[in-house]
Ligand binder design. Structure first.
Ligand SMILES: [Zn+2]
Length: 322
């Protein structure tokens, strides 16, 4: 059975009451059959290119809301999304923290096929954390690089946009980059975190906005990737969890997307639950470099980006089938 662990300060991790005891883990991802390889090719996701996007994003510097790196990266994301044919809307506002500090915030909503009624909502946070509270004491007030935590999602979404541009889909796809996920304290109580997803939930793209599925992607680039099912997601949207992990299995990735629950992680998906959108969280929270200065590009691998990108795109391709 999975090891019972509670890692402190990981986004208010709660030990799952649903820990599975189902025995052996699925085989590793090697040895994919012809069907899996065909599905991967059909997904059209380019992992190596995705890794180069991650490296480009990191060159802008850390992305603490209000910083120069934050502004420059946001401008870059907007222009890259427009270049791939997305209709881009920016949500800009000022967040006032509980301590009275005002912080500029910016969500970027990139819509493909904005008029389509059947839609997929993918969300990722693009900000990076202003402090490294899990680093040695001298470093705790230094902003993290966030190669995995904050940047892997950007890289994933840029390459999804590439795939959608190269081979358009008939359904709508909304790639939403939310700000301020990692700004404050995860507590409990949660203070000044999930700021952008909460704002998005209060300012949805259209009246009656109701995506067919909604998935938050967070910390998906870890080179030792193992994504367990997240238990809040399982409670709220078991059908979406099943869809994503079933898709991963069909691609030959059952060794990376483990079909077992492990942790409850409060993340941006919870903000969407508040407005009735049954979102799930795809996250590899077992990451030793989380909220330290060691969350750097060498901890992310092209293979992991490829696996998650294939799954994300195959879910879209599958939903688009008549
Ligand atoms: Zn974080």
């Amino acid at each position: 059975m999975p090891i019972r662990r509670v890692l402190p300060n990981l986004k208010f991790l709660v030990l799952s009451a649903l820990l599975a005891c189902s025995g052996e883990q699925p085989a590793a991802s090697g040895g994919a059959g012809a069907d899996s390889l065909r599905l991967r090719a059909d997904a059209g996701f380019n992992g190596p290119t995705s890794l180069t996007y991650l490296q480009v994003a990191l060159k802008f510097g850390t992305r603490v809301p209000g910083s120069a790196g934050h502004r420059a990266t946001g401008d870059w994301i907007v222009s890259e999304m427009r270049a791939r044919g997305a209709t881009v809307t920016e949500q800009a506002w000022t967040h006032t923290t509980t301590a009275g500090q005002t912080v500029p915030m910016r969500n970027i909503v990139a819509q493909f096929n904005p008029a389509a009624t059947k839609r997929v909502l993918y969300m990722t946070h693009w900000d990076t954390r202003p402090k490294a509270e899990k680093a040695p004491a001298a470093d705790t007030l230094t902003p993290i690089v966030g190669a995995n935590d904050g940047t892997s999602g950007i890289a994933l979404f840029l390459s999804i946009a590439d795939a959608l541009k190269a081979k358009p889909t008939t359904i709508g796809v909304d790639l939403v980059f939310v700000d301020g996920e990692d700004f404050g304290e995860f507590g409990p109580p949660e203070v000044n975190v999930f700021i952008g997803s909460q704002y998005f939930a209060r300012h949805l793209p259209s009246v009656g906005y109701s995506p067919a599925i909604a998935v938050v992607w967070d910390m998906i680039g870890d080179r030792s990737l193992q994504i367990f099912q997240e238990t809040i997601s399982l409670e709220i949207a078991p059908e979406t969890v099943a869809r994503v992990w079933r898709t991963a299995e069909s691609l030959g990735y059952a060794g990376k997307f483990i079909q077992q629950p492990k942790y409850a992680v409060r993340d941006d998906h919870v903000s969407l639950h508040a407005v009735g959108i049954k979102a799930i969280d795809v996250i590899d929270i077992d990451y030793p470099y989380h909220h330290t200065l060691e969350d750097t590009a060498d901890k992310v691998s092209v293979e992991s980006l490829q696996v998650v990108g294939d799954v994300a795109m195959a879910v879209i391709r599958d939903l688009a089938r008549p």
